[in-house]
Design a protein around this ligand. Structure first.
Ligand SMILES: [Zn+2]
Length: 288
């Protein structure tokens, strides 16, 4: 069991020395370098038991299938790419999922995607340069995306453990976008994209000018459409009650459903919509 002894990998049975293996949680087993390639670059294998990693590899295999069959086949125009020389994100609205670009991911056997509806929150981060000789203000800048995740904190709790569709392995994505820079400008593309996805985007250049004073902000427009929809639905329902006409009843039902969807999307910042899209993709590919 010492430094020089060889230990058997729990997954493929290969015998590996100290440098070719990692020890699993509470010394519950070992994993060799080759088998570790079947795990996400975003997890630490030493936090898992052999059973836990077995489940993780099965999850990654499914992710890879979705990646190949639903994401890779998309047209270039259906992907929005924001990539620095360190990390990046490619968004695919069509399937309501995104890919994280990282050199470490390239060395893995399986590809993985993240669902839009798993995004809880996001913000820019910056690390100030302590070396004043350097001249640049920030040592590093980027975006942090917090995921709704069933991963437990150090107290053994998870806010989202009981919810479906939350991410089973990753709680936070740190997307480094610039090093030794003076501004946060490299983060603008991803933040704008996320703001648009979750109803937070306002075109600052339009605020205060003639156009926005006529049309209002994006949020005002959404609220106005919503109120219009409520009155429209109420009108249709009243009419169908008076006429008892099949067509009118049908129309009123459709409007009611439309209003329900709109309410859900406003309340969840569009997550309800993304859940539907991502679920249908997963059902199609994995045949659930
Ligand atoms: Zn192995």
């Amino acid at each position: 069991m010492g430094f020089f002894s060889k230990e058997e990998c729990n997954f493929c049975g290969a015998k590996e020395g100290f440098l070719g293996r990692k020890t699993l949680l509470n010394k519950s087993g070992y994993i060799c370098k080759e088998c570790e390639k079947k795990c996400s670059f975003l997890i630490n294998v030493s936090d898992f038991t052999p059973e836990g990693l077995e489940k993780h590899m099965a999850y990654m295999e499914k992710q890879n299938k979705i990646y190949k069959e639903a994401y890779e086949v998309l047209d270039k125009k259906q992907k929005e790419k924001f990539v620095s020389s360190f990390r990046g994100i490619i968004f695919a609205d069509e399937i309501a999922m995104f890919e994280v670009i990282d050199p470490k991911a390239d060395k893995k056997v399986y590809k993985e995607l993240f669902r839009y509806d798993q995004i809880d929150d996001y913000q820019t981060y910056e690390i100030e340069n302590t070396d004043s000789q350097n001249g640049k203000k920030y040592a590093e800048v980027g975006v942090i995306i917090n995921l709704m995740s069933s991963v437990k904190d150090i107290w053994g709790n998870s806010e989202y453990a009981e919810m479906s569709n939350v991410h089973p392995y990753v709680k936070e994505l740190k997307i480094t976008l610039g090093k030794d820079v003076d501004t946060l400008s490299s983060t603008k593309g991803i933040i704008d994209k996320l703001d648009k996805l979750f109803n937070r985007y306002e075109d600052r250049s339009l605020l205060g000018n003639i156009k926005s004073s006529f049309t209002g902000t994006e949020e005002e427009k959404r609220n106005r459409d919503y109120v219009k929809n409520i009155f429209g639905t109420a009108g249709s329902m009243l009419k169908s009650k008076i006429t008892k006409n099949e067509d009118d009843i049908q129309k009123a039902e459709e409007k009611k459903q439309g209003l329900k969807d709109m309410t859900e999307n406003l309340a969840t910042d569009n997550r309800a919509k993304y859940t539907k899209i991502a679920n249908s993709v997963e059902d199609r590919i994995l045949g659930n």
